[in-house]
Design a protein around this ligand. Sequence first.
Ligand SMILES: *Cc1c(COP(=O)(O)O)cnc(C)c1O
Length: 241
Amino acid sequence: MGMTDRKAQLAANLAKVERRIAEACAAAGREREEVTLIVVTKTYPASDVRILSELGVRHVAENKDQDAAPKAAECSDLPLVWHFVGQLQTNKVRSVVRYADLVQSVDRSRLVTALSKEAVRAGREVGCLIQVALDADDSGRGARGGVGPDGIEELADLLAASPGVRLDGLMTVAPLTGEYAGRRREAFGRLMDLSTDLRRAHPAANMVSAGMSADLEEAVAAGATHVRVGTAVLGVRPGLG
Ligand SMILES: *Cc1c(COP(=O)(O)O)cnc(C)c1O
């Protein structure tokens, strides 16, 4: 597909997603400005990121450092906010803090320590969301990363006390297993309650990142401030991603 065709396709997809968000906001009695669209560009090339930027997208997300680092470097001239949303190994943190404005997948204290140290070293401030696992087992961890609700407070306090990092809020992925499996509305409602609790001690940590291509309406209805949309904008990803 040529660049012009790709641009037309992405513009059409973006318009559809924009309409969905606007309708979900209207149905929930919320202002459209209360919800930020983050386009998840994982597995898609830097050329798509460039087109999205031309089409007015301001927030993009990636989930693997080895793909994200070169892509962000190629797009460093664009006015984009980069979100990192994947499970993050501490040995990748030094690379991630160079381009990520926000890390949405903070789920353990060792990661906070590493992010703080590398952000300070890079002279950067990195916004952090605590990834909440609503399917956490007895170990307190979720199948796809995240910390159980009982672990939020400790991570929040650690983030708030650490230089180079900023506690911005909570993120979740609707669970496929456990008590919230197939109950997205309830899952996102639970995340909102946890956000209310968090904001009692940390009032500025007001970001709530929830909702993807399949369930952004439920997330907006529950009160999400950020939705992370990949497939509905860029198309079905080839293979896993
Ligand atoms: C891939 C991904 C998304 C986007 O999912 P889609 O179903 O393609 O919209 C959102 N959040 C995270 C954490 C992801 O890894």
